[in-house]
Ligand binder design. Sequence first.
Ligand SMILES: Cc1cc2nc3c(=O)[nH]c(=O)nc-3n(C[C@H](O)[C@H](O)[C@H](O)COP(=O)(O)OP(=O)(O)OC[C@H]3O[C@@H](n4cnc5c(N)ncnc54)[C@H](O)[C@@H]3O)c2cc1C
Length: 594
Amino acid sequence: MKQGGSWLSQRIAEGDVFVPEEFSEEQQMIRDSVIEFCIKEIQEPIKKRGRELSAVKDLPEIIALLEKAGEYGFCGVSIAEQYGGMDLDFNTGVLFAEANAQGFSFATTIGAQTSIGSLPIVFYGNEEQKAKYLPGIASGQLKASYCLTEPGAGSDANSGKTTARLTEDGKSYMINGQKMWITNGGFADIFIVFAKIDNDKNLSAFIVEKSYPGLSTGAEEEKLGIKGSSTVQVFFNDCLVPKENLLGERGGGFKMALNILNTGRMKLAAGGIGGSKFAHTKAIEYANQRVQFREPIANFGAIKHKLGEIAVKTWMHESALYRTGKQIDIKTQELIARGQSASDAKINAVREYAIEAALLKFTCSEVMDYSIDEALQVYGGMGYAVETGIEMGYRDSRILRIYEGTNEINRMLSQAELGRRIAKTKELSLRPATKMVRDHIIKRIFLRGADDEATAVFNLKVAFLYLSGVVGRSMGKELVREQEIVMNMADMMAVAYVAESGWLRYNKLKEQQLVNQETLEVLFKVNQVYLFNALTSAQQWGKEIIYAFTENNPRQRKRMMARLNALTTRYAVNAKNLRRDIAEYSCSKGSYPF
Ligand SMILES: Cc1cc2nc3c(=O)[nH]c(=O)nc-3n(C[C@H](O)[C@H](O)[C@H](O)COP(=O)(O)OP(=O)(O)OC[C@H]3O[C@@H](n4cnc5c(N)ncnc54)[C@H](O)[C@@H]3O)c2cc1C
């Protein structure tokens, strides 16, 4: 899988994918030390204090936490060693982000510091800029933020009204405008600010220090969740920024913002997986000890359904996450070997996997929401009480579907990017898939009997390719106006990617005996449940697409439905019993078991 999206038209072998069980001892140590930090410095103090951190009340404590994280080296994970950072490879950075979820809202604080707030300098800064700012950011002494969103420019980020004008003496840019929802803004020393120079079509980026005249910040926002994360408006009133602080090329800011967001999406997805594991563990602990009707509630089928389903979604999406993270590392090395600088190679490698990053952003954030919602339900009334912390997780998780591009935007982006690569740039060819899809569908229409798992995985891919091919070819650009269809296509593509990733991971674990037999048997069931759910959903999404698309053509509808059904209806398992087994295994381990 050398190109992003190419998995769609290729058969991938298990040996070609990375699985989290392959993380080295050093990588695991980094993860464990972050979790230890989160437990000691965040979870335990919250318990002692009896309430969550609040940016409105506890800003000095939050600043001290970030500085302490800096002492551990955590603020410099993506910064080169020569500037005091750890320069972790991409997938270790993803693992780091997963571990940070144990710090609740602090995950957003450190995420802004290590990702969107500093990567623009890491990737696009010149030597002077890197030398001036990166050591401070890596140590945690300089706090960073990223200012893209404006009151009138959210999803449509390039429509921002903030302006920059070169002063008459040619020494500075004068910035005017307003940014909102700026994470870390209440205490940041550095603001990466996107503004348009004169009447440019595209944004440019600037490094703005807090001390520059004309910069001011608003009050902390009162929010639904992540209350321990600082979020403010930032105002620029004739703010003077030295000319040298233009970051990257003039007009290159929008592209920069998009590239940084690709990285952010992978990290956010990792946070979703980390949070989901946490929710699973909490739900198991409670279900094992809460007795009703004279037995632990973990014994009840309705509870087992929840525990089983959380485990299934978490493990399957984790498989897709680290598979992609490793591909980004492989691509980076490939590009360096071809002569690109390390910074360029890192940006271009993430860019290559923009489709997968978008899919993972929206799916993993939804897994997180599902898991914490069901965990809260397992807790019953106690889930609603502040003291268990579950309600905090429930409120905190909701932001994941909104920032780093809303889930609607990411769904559309995944399909637009696929279309762009196939039709416009010809970077990706699905031509080899055309015959494969046709042959496979014909074979299936005449086939009797149930499918095995490998076939079911392949069917998901073929169902997506078939529908996107038919709809894409006949609707072309018109498809942009049919967002509901695009959303369904994105969901179909996502389940195909996740199903394949989980299945390949399972097979690699089996082939290379990376887990014991008992775990392997449970993981087979995890795959079975996911596939059963995925095919049922794909059938529903596909049907919606077909019925919307063939309103005036009943014959075409019938033909398309027959093909969709041939792909999606034959795989069937006793999902109820399988979930029970997964839940019982999880409860016997006492925490997220994989
Ligand atoms: C707590 C928090 C922290 C944040 N931190 C930062 C930060 O550090 N830096 C920063 O720059 N920004 C930050 N943001 C901003 C965040 O990235 C934006 O909120 C997000 O991009 C969505 O923009 P919006 O809120 O203006 O929503 P809108 O763009 O107004 O969207 C509203 C709704 O319309 C939908 N929508 C919009 N356009 C389309 C379309 N074309 N088709 C279909 N549906 C559409 C959206 O999906 C959404 O459901 C933060 C936001 C929050 C809440």
